[in-house]
Design a protein around this ligand. Sequence first.
Ligand code: ADP
Ligand code: MG
Length: 300
Amino acid sequence: MKIGILSRKASLYSTARLKEAARQRGHEVRIVDYLRIYMNITSHKPIVMYGGETLDVDAIIPRIGASQTFYGTAVVRQFEMAGVYSANESQAIARSRDKLRCLQLLARAGIGLPVTSFAHSPKDIPRLIEIAGGAPLIIKLLEGTQGVGVVLADTDKAAESVIAAFRQLDTYILVQEFIAEAGGADIRAFVVDGKVVASMRRQGAAGEFRSNLHRGGSAESIRLTPEERSTAVRAAKVMGLKVSGVDMLRSNHGPLVMEVNSSPGLEGIERATGVDVAAAIIEYLEKKAEKGKTQDRIGY
Ligand code: ADP
Ligand code: MG
C-alpha cells in the first residue's frame, strides 16, 4: 500500500514511528506537510497537489495539530473526495475538536460524563455553577489542549470571576464538576478500529490536578476494567473515530469520559506500555483501507 502521513514534521515521535511501522510491514510511506498541500476544489476529478505534483496514495493517516483543524480537515476531505481512505475521517476529526459537541454526542449515547454546563450570557453564570454542583469546579476552554485551558476554581466566587473573565474575551467555556477522587490522575485508552490496543494511567505532578504529560505528569501501563474498556470503545464509536485516545476519570460511580482525541500521541503510550501502537494502526489500514470507503454516519 502507498500510505501518506499528514504531519507538519517528520521528526515528531508519532510520525516517525508510524513511518517505521509502515515500512517494516512492507508499505511505501510518504510524510506530507498538510499545510503545503493545495487543491483545485472544483475539479471533476478531485486531486491533491503537493509541490507541483499530484499526490497518489491509497490511504492517509492524518495527524492534524489542534491549531490547524480548519485547513487540516479541508485537506483530509479533499483526499476523501478523491476516494482515498483516511484513518480518521475529516468529519470525525472536526467533531472531536469541539469539546462541547463531543460531550453532547457522548451524552446522547448514554456514556458517563462529568456533569457539565454551558451558557452564552454572563447573566447565567450563577446557574452554570449551580448545575455543575458548585465549587470546586473545573472551567475549560472549548478548544484547549495539553491542559492549558483548564482551570480549577476552589470557590464559587473564584469560579464566577474566571468564567466572567473568559466570557469577556468572547471565548466559550465549559463548567464542569470536579472529580476529586480521581486524585490528579486520568486514564487514556488508545482505541484502534473498535479495540483498545493499549492503556495507561497518567498522574499529574505533585500538587497538580491536570495529568497531562505536557504538564509534567507521569504515565504507567494499566489494565482497564471491563466497564472502562467498553466505555472507551463506545466513546470512539460515537465520535466516528477509528484511531483515538479516550481520556477518562475514575470516579466513585464508574468511568467518566473527558475527551476523545483524534490525533493521540504515540510517545507516552508506547513508552508506558511497550505496545507497538504504530503497528496496530498500520494493521488496521491493511484490513480496512479501501478506495472510496469514506462515509460518516454519525449525524452532527
Ligand atoms: P486538555 O484537552 O487540555 O487535555 P482535559 O479536559 O483533558 O483538557 O483536561 C486536562 C486534565 O485536567 C485532565 O487530563 C485531568 O487530569 C484534569 N481534569 C479535567 N477535567 C477534570 C474534572 N472534571 N475533574 C477532575 N480532573 C479533571
Ligand atoms: Mg486531555
